[in-house]
Each structure stands twice: as structure tokens, then as C-alpha cells.
Design a protein around this ligand. Structure first.
Ligand SMILES: Cc1ncc(COP(=O)(O)O)c(C=O)c1O
Length: 376
């Protein structure tokens, strides 16, 4: 059958399917052998689900013949209670990624514009282009941070949304409370600000805002949707739980376009059991800080200059002539998976996720072993 019998719609023809980071299984097939493989390429939390979540998953297995509660009342209610928002302000999705796609489906007409910083999260341009809208990518500032003034200058009558990735994936930098609040207040009324806080829980800086509490709930702003995920510190990436808090009519628009059972029953149970486990999260935050410092030291030791990042990863812009792909390849040869960043708009960059202490040790040894010859 010819390829053009069922052509994709024109808006999609230049898009490629999303390429996830390399899996440990795929690298094992590639390099064989027995050496440990350490996956630090996808910014996942390195620990498993919290014990209460793992137990909730086991407890619910026998109930999987039933559909989940399609409205996810209990989870919405719990998230509302924890954040101080109303339940009708809480949005849920099969990962934050799916909320981003649903936002496009719900709000964008062909030709509408969405402004965001670049390099940044790869889903932004993809989710915008899927509905034939126009991504407007604004270079980061000279410290690799979102340049909110430059973004404001790109807002037009066609702009429907702006994304602020905070902290930014892949650079790890953040915009502080004051700059973010000023930006949100300066946006024209027809523009929704989506603040993507996938790495929120890891950030300990005093001037980093809790946007849900400060900007949406206490601030009462109706032009801001804040997104969070349980894929990172909660260790539930494999289950897919994304959520957010924002204007009730936007939540309703997303509910209108989403699938009937957007999240699955195990995700629902695991999310409910995970919330409120503050002490265990604090331990993970502390371990992340120590691991990030350790990886940063190792990178500096071999002559690299990681961008000061506040999430569970570090990003390095490589010396002239050295591609992220090449560095990633050499580290893969010794069993360490990192992420080359060409798809994120940074071909001369690599990103490494903080692992467990044991994984970080393996990564540090690999950095010392492989990188000096490349960096020169
Ligand atoms: C900035 C950002 N937003 C959203 C996501 C997607 O999160 P989820 O796993 O909930 O789809 C990621 C995942 O890497 C991310 O880095």
C-alpha cells in the first residue's frame, strides 16, 4: 500500500515521534557484558514509589477488573485540600505531558501562538505543532534562564499561552518569585500562563515561589495554571500521574477533551498514598542535593562547567567542537546513560540526572575515566 493513501495531516508531516531517553535494556543489548548500567538520562527519580504507594498498588491489583472513578473525585479533593485550591481548579492527567497535549487540544486554533523559552522541554513545541499552532521559541538569557522580558515582547494578539518551565528542563535554572509574579501580572488578559513545575519539590532556594500557593491560591490570579508531576521525586514515572491547579474553566476545557479515564486506577491509588509523606520527601531532597553536588564536582574536576541547576539534574554546555551526542555515546560505552540535548535545542549540551549514591559513584568514575580525553 502506498504511503500517501492515508496521509498524516499537513501540520504533522515535519514532526518526528518523541524519542525517549535510552533505556537500560536497550543499552545492555548494545554493549552486552555484565558491568552495571546506570540510567541517568531521563530525569526520573532514582528511588521507587514511596512504601505506602507500593503497598497501595499491591492492595488494589485484585480490583483491576473495574474502571477507575473517571472524575477522580478523591484525588482531586485531596490535592485541593493540600494546596488550598477548590476541587474544580485541580486538573489531572496521564502525566503532565498529557495535560500539555490536552491544553493544546482544548485551547489552540491553527495559527495561534504559544511563547516559551528555548532550550526547554521538548513537549512544548511538539504539543503546539500537533494542532497546527505556532511555537514561538525565545532564547534563554546569558545565564541560561527563561528571559521573561524577551518573552513578553513576543506576545501578540495571536498568543494564547506562554509556558514557563520552572526550573527549566534541561538547564536546571529557575526564575525567582519576583520576576515570575511581575511577568504574570504583565501578561495581557487573553494569555494563559502555564508554569510547569515538574521539578518543584527538589528546589530549596528561598526566592523560588510555590506558585500554586502564592500565585494561584493566595494571589487569586485567574490567568495561571501550574503543573506538577509525580514522575520525579515521588518515583511514579512508570505509572504516569500529572496534576495541576489553575482556572476552573481551563480545567473544565481539559476535562472536555481528555480521555474518559485519563489516569488509571493504580496511578490513582499510588498518588493518593504518596501525598503528604513529607518526611520521606525531605530525605529524597537531601540526597538529591548531595548527589547533585557530587556530580557537579566531578564535572568541574574534568574541566567542564555545569550550569548551576536546582532540580534533580545538571546540564553542561560542552567546549566548542564537542557534541553532546559524542559525550553521551562515550559514557554509554561504559554503562552510564546521560541525555544528549539536540532535541531540546542544545546540540552542544548533555544533561545528567542525579541518581542514588551508588549510581552517582558509578557516574563519577565514568566521568573521570572517559571525559578528560574528550574535553582535552
Ligand atoms: C519540564 C517537564 N515537564 C513535564 C514533564 C513530564 O512529566 P510527566 O512524566 O508527568 O509526563 C517533564 C518530564 O521530564 C519535564 O521535564
Amino acid at each position: 500500500m502506498s504511503d500517501d493513501r492515508f496521509p498524516m495531516k499537513p501540520a504533522l508531516r515535519d514532526l518526528r515521534p518523541y524519542e525517549p531517553g535510552l533505556s537500560a535494556e536497550a543499552l545492555r543489548r548494545k554493549i552486552g557484558g555484565e558491568r552495571p548500567i546506570v540510567k541517568l538520562g531521563s530525569n526520573e527519580g532514582p528511588w521507587g514509589p514511596l512504601p505506602a504507594a507500593a503497598q497501595a498498588i499491591r492492595d488494589h491489583v485484585d480490583g483491576l477488573n473495574r474502571y477507575p472513578d473517571g472524575a477522580f473525585h478523591e484525588l482531586r479533593g485531596t490535592l485541593a485540600e493540600i494546596t488550598g485550591a477548590r476541587p474544580d481548579q485541580v486538573v489531572l492527567g496521564n502525566g503532565a505531558d498529557t495535560i500539555l497535549i490536552n491544553l493544546s487540544l482544548a485551547l489552540l486554533e491553527p495559527g495561534d501562538e504559544v511563547v516559551f523559552g528555548w532550550p526547554s522541554f521538548i513537549t512544548y513545541p511538539i504539543s503546539v505543532r500537533k494542532v497546527d499552532a505556532v511555537p514561538v521559541m525565545v532564547p534563554l538569557d546569558d545565564q541560561h534562564r527563561y528571559d521573561l522580558d524577551a518573552m513578553l515582547a513576543k506576545v501578540t494578539d495571536r498568543t494564547r499561552m506562554v509556558y514557563v518551565c520552572n526550573p527549566n528542563n534541561p538547564t536546571g535554572t529557575y526564575v525567582d518569585r519576583e520576576r515570575l509574579t511581575r511577568f504574570v501580572d504583565a501578561l495581557p488578559e487573553h494569555v494563559l500562563c502555564v508554569v510547569d513545575e515538574a521539578y518543584h519539590e527538589y528546589v530549596t532556594a528561598d526566592d523560588y515561589a510555590d506558585s500554586i500557593a502564592e500565585i494561584v491560591v493566595a494571589g487569586g490570579r485567574e490567568n495561571v495554571l501550574v503543573l506538577r508531576t509525580m514522575s520525579k521525586i515521588y518515583g511514579l514515572a512508570g505509572l504516569r500521574v500529572g496534576w495541576g491547579v489553575g482556572p476552573a474553566h481551563v480545567v473544565r476545557a481539559i476535562d472536555t477533551v481528555r480521555g474518559p479515564f485519563e489516569m488509571n486506577a493504580l496511578a490513582n491509588e499510588a498518588a493518593l498514598a504518596s501525598l503528604g509523606q513529607r518526611e520521606l520527601l525531605a530525605e529524597r531532597v537531601a540526597a538529591n542535593e548531595a548527589g547533585r553536588a557530587q556530580l557537579g564536582d566531578a564535572l568541574r574536576e574534568v574541566g567542564l562547567d555545569p550550569i548551576p541547576g536546582v532540580g534533580n539534574f545538571l546540564c553542561v554546555q560542552l567546549p566548542a567542537g564537542l557534541a553532546g551526542r559524542e559525550v553521551a555515546q562515550r559514557l554509554e560505552d561504559v554503562g552510564v546513560i546521560v541525555r544528549p540535548l539536540e532535541m531540546f535545542g542544545m546540540p552542544d549540551g548533555v544533561r545528567i540526572t542525579v541518581g542514588t549514591p551508588e549510581e552517582n559513584e558509578v557516574a563519577v568514575a565514568a566521568i573521570r575515566d572517559v571525559l578528560p580525553a574528550l574535553v582535552g
